[in-house]
Design a protein around this ligand. Structure first.
Ligand SMILES: Nc1ncnc2c1ncn2[C@@H]1O[C@H](COP(=O)(O)OP(=O)(O)O)[C@@H](O)[C@H]1O
Ligand SMILES: [Mg+2]
Length: 438
């Protein structure tokens, strides 16, 4: 069995399927900076090609690593699932078994079988979070197109498994085979999506690849882009804008903790959950996102009108540049105009570079001084003086707007069932305890 995936970067010279560590403890110590836990373990069979037999081993998943314990030895064998293709496998002469195949380096494959359907589904649903799958059309039916960006088309799709609708971001493989840069960008988009689970960030599920296309599967949102909603409404009230900002800033706070920079925040990449609600949002399109540790300041990206001045200047930048874009989003929500207007690309870029947004009448006549002050602090040209997500969330304007009347629960993270969020809460709680002790 073989499959050459362009989503998986293959730089390894030693093309050995399994890596080896002397003990399980060595594996944990060498692979993880922080204590890591086993997320799944169980006994099932692995096909041995040499002996043509199926032998039982104890398997585990820790982080994105899949491995097993050798028999009669403390040694473990393992590899990173994000470098593997996952396919289903039907073992010959055995109607009752459930199997899967993992492929690495395009041609090396290993088969695994389990007797029990429930165990198989548990393993499959974990494996697919990290691996690339190949049989999109066996899993989903394409319905209508719901969006189009610079690089991708987005379709509504129906899962053949659970009958529910999802969104598939479809990217043509053809363009990627010719460009290393684009290939790397899609790989990073995937890696970033796999690392995020947060209530106000578009939820990623799994990825498929075949000879023609890549399909990233996300939750389907029915409300369209914030861009179209603002056009329809002309502008948002201060309170409504603050509700949107709360969700956006909470997402940015989470991204900062994860060391992820979005780099293309704008109204088109903020999606509304439903037609009825003008304020319930999800941050989407991590197509230009990157991890801070991989960030190259020479790479300038974003959309004119939203780009932080330090990016335009080619200086070092970080998560604070997303705060600038979020400030531009708020500017548009409150006034219905763009902060750096212009008829041509050059005109917009020149205003964006100078970075002194105007707050003229009639657009700003009915907006409070505190709101304008908040926009100015978010769009401060000097990124060292720009508000952090936490400072912004605690700003007098946000507090005043959100405290005026009780916020409906759907905008409150407390009501989201998210482990990531619980971790944020616990972290903050520990910080508070720490402060009290001092
Ligand atoms: N999960 C989704 N549900 C509904 N519409 C979506 C979803 N994801 C994207 N879209 C629509 O498709 C457009 C393009 O998707 P996006 O991820 O921004 O692609 P690109 O990287 O090409 O800009 C979005 O602006 C939005 O209108
Ligand atoms: Mg987009």
């Amino acid at each position: 069995m073989n499959f050459k995936s362009i989503l998986i970067k293959d730089t390894s010279k030693k093309k050995k399927f399994w890596k080896t560590e002397r003990t399980f403890e060595d594996f944990l110590r060498n692979r993880f900076k922080q204590p890591a836990k086993i997320s799944l373990k169980g006994v099932f069979k692995k096909h041995s090609k040499n002996q043509q037999t199926f032998d039982s081993f104890k398997f585990f998943i820790v982080g994105s690593y899949f491995g097993y314990h050798k028999v009669n030895s403390r040694e473990v064998k393992y590899f990173d699932l994000t470098t593997a293709v996952l396919k289903s496998y039907v073992p010959e002469n055995s109607s009752s078994s459930y199997g899967f195949t993992l492929i690495r380096y395009s041609t090396q494959s290993k088969d695994f079988v389990m007797e029990n359907k429930a165990a198989f589904e548990k393993w499959w649903s974990r494996l697919k979070l990290f691996c690339v799958q190949t049989d999109f059309s066996a899993s989903y039916e394409l319905a209508s197109q719901v969006g189009k960006g610079n690089f991708a088309t987005v379709h509504k799709v129906k899962s053949k498994k659970d009958g529910k609708y999802y969104a598939a971001k479809v990217i043509a493989v053809e363009g990627l085979t010719k460009s290393m840069k684009l290939r790397q960008a899609v790989r990073t988009e995937l890696a970033v999506n796999r690392k995020m689970r947060f209530p106000t960030i578009l939820k990623y599920f799994e990825v498929y690849e075949d000879e023609q296309k890549i399909y990233m599967i996300f939750e389907l949102l029915e409300g369209g882009e914030l861009f179209d909603r603002v056009l329809k409404r002309k502008r948002y009230s201060e309170r409504e804008a603050a509700i949107v900002m709360k969700q956006l800033l909470e997402a940015l706070q989470f991204l900062e903790e994860k060391g992820i920079v979005h780099r293309d925040l704008k109204l088109e990449n903020i999606l509304l959950v439903s037609e009825e609600d003008d304020c319930l949002i999800r941050v989407a399109d991590f197509g230009l996102a990157t991890f801070l540790e991989m960030l190259d300041p020479k790479v300038r990206c974003g959309t004119p009108g939203y780009v932080a001045p330090e990016i335009i200047a080619g200086e070092m930048y970080d998560c604070r540049s997303d705060m600038f874009a979020a400030g531009a989003v708020l500017y548009i929500l409150l006034s219905g105009c763009t902060p750096f207007p212009g008829k041509t690309f050059e005109e917009i870029m020149s205003r964006n570079r100078k970075c002194s947004p105007k707050f003229n009448s009639p657009y700003w006549a009915n907006v409070s001084f505190e709101a304008i002050d908040f926009v100015v602090k978010m769009m401060t040209a000097d990124h060292r003086k720009r508000l952090s997500p936490k400072e912004a969330l605690e700003s007098p304007w946000m507090k005043k707007m959100l405290e005026a009347t009780r916020l409906p629960s759907r905008y409150n993270l407390e009501h989201h069932n998210s482990i990531e969020y619980l971790l944020v809460v616990m972290n903050n709680y520990l910080k508070i305890i720490g402060r009290r002790r001092q």
